[in-house]
Ligand binder design. Structure first.
Ligand SMILES: NC(=O)c1ccc[n+]([C@@H]2O[C@H](COP(=O)([O-])OP(=O)(O)OC[C@H]3O[C@@H](n4cnc5c(N)ncnc54)[C@H](O)[C@@H]3O)[C@@H](O)[C@H]2O)c1
Length: 346
């Protein structure tokens, strides 16, 4: 059957919070089909009884079962993404990789090499790009409406406390989580890179205010840099905000005007001041993923599955490809190099 007429067959690896979300979105899309799930824990323990598909406890077992599938969504802890993506590409499957694509540039390069070797796609999950304010600001920057960019300030102030970092979880560990910038704020670094390109001359100050007992890394930082394309920027971040998320915002000062997009997850255009330009009315942004006590990034995962289906059917191209996934990891790796050099100096 021609690929254009058939359903795209998916499996989900890692049936936790976000893996189940991928599963639901795959089942909701008329052109895709969920074939199986993989998790080290059994279905009952995962509260995944609603998924009436075979469950496997490893990728090896899934592949040995020879269940037909085209795409695997890798939704396991961060530190496993790159190696599992390589294994699935090696088995001639396309991969959707949750953020971050890996925890080092080297690991991401291995994924890209394998995808090129096997002629398979790697889709990275950066669903905040689909939020109406993100799509709008991308067009404003690409059309040059702000002129030269002078300054960009990214503020990411969230709450992640003991309700989030539970004992025995991968969250907060160096090897499987990797750090606050990877797990909480890589979406915003992706948006910044998508809009303004690469950064250079990175400097930073880092602190651990409230997470000495439940993470292996800092919870806060002030990071400054230059954009390779001109202008300077900063990322100010923390997960030590008490009680609830405060904001994720971007403030852009350009030669022709200024823009601030704020809200809890960069979902509201607060200021648009460009002479002679009238701001269009934007569609409402989907709320953040709700995990009960804490909130995450925009609930836009249906767009990811749509983009995979559309790309494999030749109707479009990947929204976030593996090279962009790698670049975000590489930027965070360079910021953390600055942090680690300071720790070594103490
Ligand atoms: N795009 C987003 O907005 C977004 C939001 C939340 C999480 N994430 C990402 O999704 C990933 C998962 O996060 P989560 O919050 O769902 O975590 P989670 O702990 O709820 O789920 C991870 C699952 O992976 C399983 N797992 C662990 N090792 C495995 C292995 N070797 N093989 C198969 N399964 C294995 C665990 O048992 C668990 O069920 C992370 O990389 C995270 O950064 C992305």
């Amino acid at each position: 059957m021609n690929v254009k007429n058939k359903k795209i067959k998916f499996v989900v690896v890692g049936a936790g919070h976000i893996g189940k979300r991928h599963g639901v979105m795959i089942q909701r899309n008329e052109e895709s089909e969920l074939m199986a799930m993989v998790d080290v824990f059994p279905k009952e323990k995962l509260n995944a009884e609603d998924f009436d598909v075979p469950f496997f406890t490893s990728i090896d077992d899934l592949l040995a079962a020879e269940i037909p599938f085209d795409v695997a969504c890798v939704c396991t802890p961060n530190g496993l993404h790159a190696a599992q993506s390589v294994q699935l590409l090696d088995a001639k499957k396309h991969v959707v990789c949750e953020k971050p694509m890996g925890l080092t540039k080297d690991n991401c390069e291995k994924v890209i090499f394998k995808s090129l070797q096997m002629s398979k796609h790697v889709f990275c999950v950066m669903q905040n790009r689909y939020s109406p304010p993100s799509e709008w600001i991308k067009s404003v920057i690409d059309d040059g409406l702000l002129g030269d960019i002078f300054m960009v300030q990214l503020n990411c102030y969230w709450n992640r406390d003991e309700r989030y970092y539970k004992k025995g979880s991968w969250k907060g560990t160096k090897d499987l989580d990797g750090g606050t910038l990877f797990t909480q704020f890589s979406h915003f670094i992706d948006i910044m890179y998508w809009l303004f390109g690469d950064i250079d001359n990175i400097k930073g100050r880092f602190a651990d205010f409230t997470h000495q007992d439940n993470t292996d890394f800092e919870d806060s930082g002030f990071v400054s840099f230059d954009f390779v394309n001109g202008g300077m920027g900063s990322i100010n971040y923390s997960t030590s905000v008490a009680n609830q998320n405060l904001e994720s915002s971007i403030t852009i000062i350009g030669k022709n005007g200024s823009i601030k997009i704020g809200g809890q997850y960069m979902n509201e255009v607060e200021v648009c001041n460009i002479a002679g330009y009238e701001m269009p009315k934007l569609a409402p942004t989907n709320p953040g993923n709700d995990y009960g006590a804490y909130k995450g990034s925009a609930a836009n995962h249906h767009y990811i599955i749509e983009n995979v289906v559309d790309t494999l059917k030749g109707r479009t191209t990947a929204t976030t490809n593996a090279l962009e996934g790698l670049k975000v990891v590489e930027i965070i790796e360079r910021i953390y190099k600055v942090r680690d050099e300071q720790v070594n100096l103490r």
